[in-house]
Write a protein that binds this ligand. Structure first.
Ligand SMILES: [Fe+2]
Length: 214
């Protein structure tokens, strides 16, 4: 039996999970941000200081060689944030511009669970390849609370559940309560993204097909 339990807005607790089999959906029909809004400098002086993975940098992979790449984030200019709010949905804690600065031995974004959000909408700005992978850690559930602050560099403990290559310049919705990583990046990864709350229409809409079976 598939269970979906969307917490009511007022009673939800950040550590609660939304139990769902939904992992991701590519949404090619959603509108594209205008070129002139993307062509401006997105790296404003407003840094996004909400850590997704505060214990991230410096951790070593199982081979003892590779550490995670540098990841930078800024809050987007207001005009782009407003366009997304008007055309896609509420950006909640702000539209984020994020860069993953890969190097030859750091072409991945290691498996982790986001610590401050459950669902994320993303729009990749450049073609950087990279497989968005979902994993299950041995003897642990797929959906895990953000309070676990989970991350894992030991791939022998992980089973790949699903993977996809996000198409460039296309919106996609992801469930970040499951361990996820981006593997085999071919270039610096740049995207705009925003946190979705479990009651946001975009989330509710995409959980609904599963909900029918409850
Ligand atoms: Fe993440």
């Amino acid at each position: 039996m598939i269970k979906v339990n969307i917490p009511p807005r007022k009673k939800s607790n950040p550590g609660d999970t939304v139990e769902t089999e939904f992992l991701f959906k590519i949404l090619p029909d959603l509108p594209h941000p205008p070129e002139e809004l993307l062509r401006q400098n997105l790296a404003t002086n407003k840094h996004n200081n909400i850590p997704q993975i505060p214990h991230f940098d410096g951790f070593k992979r199982e081979d003892g060689q590779t550490v995670s790449p540098e990841i930078k984030a800024w809050l987007c200019p207001d005009n782009l944030d407003k366009w997304v709010q008007d055309n896609i949905g509420p950006t909640n804690r702000g539209l984020i511009y994020r860069k993953v600065l890969i190097q030859d031995d750091k072409k991945f974004y290691p498996p982790h669970i986001d610590v401050n959000r459950k669902f994320v909408m993303l729009y990749n700005l450049v073609d950087s390849g990279g497989e968005f992978c979902y994993w299950q850690e041995k003897n642990l559930p797929v959906i895990r609370s953000m309070l676990t602050r989970a991350m894992c560099f030991d791939y022998s403990q992980l089973t790949l559940i699903e993977k996809f290559v996000p198409p460039v310049r296309t919106w996609y919705l992801t469930n970040v309560q499951a361990l996820h990583s981006v593997e085999n990046l071919s270039a610096v990864r740049e995207n705009i993204q925003f946190n979705l709350e479990p009651w946001d229409p975009l989330v509710v809409e995409h959980l609904k097909p599963i909900n029918r079976n409850v």
